[in-house]
Design a protein around this ligand. Structure first.
Ligand code: FE
Ligand code: FE
Length: 331
């Protein structure tokens, strides 16, 4: 008998799941960001923030007036966000994560260039509402432009440009919003108190599993985060794509993979799993985070004007293959 094939014939004819409510996804995603901004603000006010975090917060143009509006948004955000996390925290199990990774590996969902993916994400999420606060392309360009303004390396700028493209997952085979957006956390070991709403894991079967409910679970201290299974979502999905199809450096891959891992990069949890490489990666992820959270109030970028500049970066780190002018990525 022939050995089982790991990779099926790529099926790129799969349709985008257009009935998915992209705006609802974005509303959740924005509310999650609001909560993370407020958590950073509260850390500053309580005096538990590091000097670096205080400086970043001070520079982030959140004046007192804005703070007040932000706070109201936070309270609204809380209900929506808490319901979202309750569902996510029940459903992100080891079993689900193994299945999601298997589905990912055995399928090609689409073939598109990076720029096409940006436009596709934009249409899927924003086409039903032209007044939406911020389009996907704008968020990506704002993050990239803020990084560029600070004279960071080109790979860093490009990371800002692509970091949320994994949200395309919502329009393929995600089961809901809960396996696309939201803070991420490891599965296979005890859910840590550093995770937002840690009380909402009660109904996750893994929290009663004799191994997964142990502090280290299936891992050992110092095993390194490359060996950890992080809850499946837009970060993890894009990380695997970029790891295989780009020449982006490890720091960039870490920024993509861990940008929603707030329990680790902002709340100080899960230090026990880190190795030497992860210390460096943590610094990179912390350097990236403010550009993601605080660039949203910057001036609106014009995609048409910026395309040429960013195409050069894309072609550098997603090099076209023979016969291509732009690298066609397997999504
Ligand atoms: Fe994101
Ligand atoms: Fe983002």
């Amino acid at each position: 008998m022939a050995p089982a094939m790991d990779i099926e014939t790529p099926n790129v004819a799969e349709n985008f799941n257009d009935h998915r409510d992209g705006l609802a996804l974005e509303a959740t995603s924005d509310a999650i960001d609001d909560v993370n901004v407020m958590k950073a603000a509260m850390k500053v006010k309580n005096g538990t923030a590091t000097q670096e975090e205080v400086d970043i917060y001070d520079q982030s143009q959140f004046d007192a007036e804005k703070d007040k509006t932000q706070f109201r948004q936070y309270e609204d955000a809380c209900d929506r966000v808490k319901n979202f996390y309750r569902e996510q925290h029940e459903k992100q199990t080891v079993a689900y994560n193994l299945k999601a990774r298997n589905d990912f590996k055995t399928k090609t969902r689409a073939e598109m260039t990076i720029w096409q993916a940006m436009e596709k994400l934009n249409t899927l999420i924003d086409e039903s509402d032209p007044d939406t606060s911020l389009s996907q392309i704008e968020h990506l360009l704002q993050a990239a432009e803020a990084i560029r303004r600070d004279c960071k390396p080109k790979w860093f700028q490009l990371t800002g440009l692509v970091h949320d493209l994994g949200k395309l997952l919502f329009f393929y085979d995600s089961r809901g919003q809960w396996d696309v957006v939201g803070d991420t956390f490891p599965v296979g070991c005890r859910f840590d108190e550093s995770i937002i709403y840690p009380g909402t894991f009660e109904n996750n079967p893994d929290s009663k599993d004799p191994i997964y409910s142990e502090k280290h679970g299936i891992y050992s201290p110092g095993c390194g985060m490359d060996n950890i299974m992080l809850s499946w979502g837009h970060d993890e999905y894009l990380y695997h794509i970029c790891k295989e199809q780009s020449t982006l450096p490890d720091e960039a891959l870490a920024m993509i993979r861990y940008h929603s891992f707030y329990p680790w990069h902002s709340a100080g949890g899960y230090r026990w799993m880190m190795n030497d490489k992860d210390e460096k990666m943590l610094a990179a992820v912390k350097a990236f985070n403010p550009y993601d959270l605080y660039s949203k109030s910057d001036e609106m970028p014009d995609p048409a004007k910026l395309k040429e500049y960013y195409m050069e970066l894309i072609n550098t780190y997603f090099p076209p293959r023979e016969g291509e002018t732009e690298r066609v990525i397997r999504w």
